[in-house]
Design a protein. Structure first.
Lengths: 338, 338
């Protein structure tokens, strides 16, 4: 029998959660006003920050205190400074800036989708949502443009692993490339590689643009269309499936993985990059909570566990699956073995 | 020189905050579906809960996992159970149920007010908002009906303190009574007391109803109108100001407190119940974050510190102010001394 000290019940978690939409609101306001840029540029007092962002003293003071409680700022006396994570991810001049991602993930479409009628997608077990739109839906172009920084750290870590392989992959397929982050990261680190990106036509415009900008445009090909049916070629040494399987259910994932398997060269390798919770499905927090994102935006998507990905892989003709973390990203990479 | 280990920057806080509106959405869905009631009544598996609340397995499984990550549920194997705080505050049969409060604090009006254009109230340093509506605005009736459980623990703790006084107050004034929680709690614990409640006319209908239900209706009076101008009588042994001063700025608070002071009997006492952050304004979390609530819903309200309340009290003719916590409520009680 365990004798644990039991804290008396408190309404604190209820209050914090009922009002947690205000945290999103505060972060949106800070991003729109370029508040973190102002602090990054040396404004530290309420007066200096307010003057720089063009906002009222009361508004800036209350917002900065709120962002301090949440953890984005530190307050020393009456002055504010950024945490290292804020400076890296929330300053517009930082290469890792997540500001565009913020505008998408907390934009009006997502807010409406989750907050207008949360009961309905729980009751129905899903939604038509953003992520299940018609082919060529423009939302995916926005997604491709805004999510690059979000997927950047995972792509970087994946490409570093791939660059250490012997032999290195020459022919790479990047499925549901979006802004092209993963394929481009591999192309940069493996100069002998050529990447074929698969996605909707307008999305591939964004990926191609990013590939040119990254200096790998001459080794970048595209195959526009539905990943389940498009002819993307064959004999790939590496197939990347970054953040695509979570949109679908087991049978659809098996179908896609079977198609992937048949497109591999001898010795070709398959990498799935995903939010993968532990088998308990309630840890670690970000991968576990990602399932709710899929509930609110897809019909049958999920944050699958390693054992579920392993089952899909087997049903698609692979033998096994192994997983590795991609720090500091909350995502993991799963290799499917033949 | 301090040598602290520095963790590498991570986007985790950004992700959690950008998406924190999903926590509100999940809690709203759970409340609407009576999910906590189902678990409280013994449903533990996804299948049993889904059957009881009439929702899809996928929806219930993902929602329960999400609520486990957030901290409302515990998961043991594949079964869920409530935490003691969830059982106390989120089951509709619990006397401390906060379900109505949830519907108000995370209802469409508040969500719109905070999320439609967060930049504007920061830039302008406030908003016309809900809390600054015209007299007799129906929002205050909703507020009175829904906030009773939220203020219940603070009212209970305040009344317990008052009941220990010698002499006990006979004539009590409850300013901005809302649902009447504070005055009614005192009336119940101090049988020789008579309470006069001040608020808008329709709001007082709710308070009167609650007083009857609590069995103190015969010792309950009302004075309808604007607290700044209404004639509420005189010679009070105790004046309660629960959650009213935070809506106004220093000059308005001084005006109201001066009026209160002049209404006191010889030896009469004044209690202010409020969210009071420490002087740093960034702790403890709930009182500190309450300032943002006032930014989004009022023109000049705030989460004032003890030194600010002390300054108001002095400008209103009081001598000093002392503060005590009201656990488990996040609020504090401040006594103003003559």
């Amino acid at each position: 029998m365990s004798i644990e000290p039991t804290a008396p019940p408190t309404p604190q978690l209820f209050v914090d959660t009922a009002l947690s939409y205000q945290k999103t609101a505060a972060l949106k306001a800070a991003v729109e006003l370029k508040l973190f840029d102002a602090i990054g540029a040396g404004s530290a007092s309420v007066q200096a920050i307010a003057a720089r962002v063009g906002a009222a003293l009361r508004g800036v003071r209350i917002l900065c205190d709120f962002l301090t409680v949440v953890g984005f700022l530190e307050k020393v006396g009456t002055e504010y400074r950024q945490t290292p994570s804020t400076a890296k991810f929330l300053n517009s001049s930082s290469p890792a800036s997540m500001l565009s991602t913020m505008r998408f993930l907390a934009g009006p479409e997502f807010l409406g989708l989750f907050l207008d009628d949360p009961t309905s997608y729980v009751r129905n077990g899903g939604t038509e949502g953003l992520a299940n739109m018609t082919p060529e839906d423009p939302i995916w172009v926005t997604f491709a443009r805004t999510m690059v920084p979000f997927t950047g750290t995972a792509a970087e870590a994946t490409a570093t692993q791939v660059a250490g392989w012997d032999p290195k992959p020459r022919k790479v397929l990047d499925i549901a490339a979006g802004g092209g982050t993963f394929g481009i990261a591999v192309a940069k680190k493996v100069p002998e590689s050529t990447v074929t990106a698969v996605d909707w036509r307008d999305v591939l415009g964004v990926a191609q643009e990013n590939a040119e900008r990254a200096g790998v445009g001459s080794r970048y090909r595209t195959a526009a269309g539905d990943a389940f049916t498009v002819d993307w070629g064959s004999d790939f040494d590496l197939v990347l499936l970054p953040n695509i399987l979570h949109h679908f259910d087991h049978p659809a994932c098996v179908a896609l993985l079977s198609k992937v398997r048949k497109s591999l060269a001898l010795g070709g390798r398959t990498l799935v990059i995903e939010f993968v919770p532990n088998e308990d499905r309630v840890s670690p927090p970000i991968p576990a909570m990602f399932a709710f994102m899929m509930l609110g935006t897809t019909q049958r998507g999920d944050a699958f566990t390693l054992s579920e990905y392993t089952a899909m892989a087997r049903d698609a003709g692979y033998r096994s699956a192994t997983m590795a973390p991609l720090p500091p990203s909350p995502e993991s990479v799963i290799e499917l073995h033949l």
